[in-house]
Write a protein of this length. Sequence first.
Length: 262
Amino acid sequence: MNTFIPKLPLILRPFLLSLFLSISALIFIASLTSRHHRINTTSEQLTETPPFSVNNSARDLRIRPGYSSYNAYIQHQLNKSLNPKLRNIWKTRDWDRKVRVFAQFFDSLKQRNLLSNASKALSIGARVGQEVEALRRIGVSDSIGIDLVPCPPLVVKGDFHAQPFENETYDFEFSNVFDHALYPWKFVGEIERTLKEGGVCVLHVALSRRADKYSANDLYSVGPLVELFKESELIEVKKVDGFGLDTEVVFRKKRKSNLRLD
Ligand SMILES: *[C@@H]1O[C@H](CO)[C@@H](O)[C@H](O)[C@H]1NC(C)=O
Ligand SMILES: *[C@@H]1O[C@H](CO)[C@@H](O)[C@H](O)[C@H]1NC(C)=O
Ligand SMILES: *[C@@H]1O[C@H](CO)[C@@H](O)[C@H](O)[C@H]1NC(C)=O
Ligand SMILES: *[C@@H]1O[C@H](CO)[C@@H](O)[C@H](O)[C@H]1NC(C)=O
């Protein structure tokens, strides 16, 4: 049975081995340089450096390259937000279904004591206001949304990288657009700034599938979020089915020490 097979490998073995080794080395080098490249281009072009580089976070949260400036990024986002066809669909065909599903999400948060009718609530990146409508419908009457393009009366103009609100304004903030943040650390920093102590932030994110061409980052685990939410504690991580987003992550902003009152 071994008349042919042993001969060929004998001749080819060293060749195949070296071929295998050099391909592996090439793949390894390519993966290193592309990762390196990804992070460097972003920070050079945009003069913003992520506040992490060591462990998990650089690997599990990747800023997409390709924006030449912050303004180019904003223009790209506006392109989707201002698209008249999309806006019409959001306000008509999508409206009822989405409001109903968001109302269920918020109701479930109420049952878990993370939201109440008395909460002052904000939806970040609210588009035409479906989430805000849902909040109001279940009784959270003091709610508002922000987006680059306002949509009165539910959504006012605001960039989530620099929220147009005072410190410690909200009891509750919701967002399903984390993937649109070019500077995720600013996105989170602004949430922590405008949340009251003990306030709750709920994010819907995609961990297991990649989002659309308007996404500015890709998230591969909850780890980077935990690292970014410096002033908060992680309360819950839960699977959801939220319009392409699969994970609900809940943070609560820590209360400052009571010692200063003494
Ligand atoms: C990442 O490393 C820093 C410094 O070594 C550490 O303080 C931080 O807790 C680590 N973060 C995670 C998510 O492991
Ligand atoms: C916005 O959309 C228009 C038309 O679809 C396109 O020509 C333009 O390049 C887009 N601009 C950006 C910044 O994406
Ligand atoms: C909250 O508001 C909803 C809708 O108005 C109402 O049905 C519900 O009873 C309220 N809950 C509490 C605890 O007041
Ligand atoms: C608001 O919060 C930011 C960040 O926490 C802080 O740097 C700033 O001084 C605060 N502003 C006021 C008016 O308290």
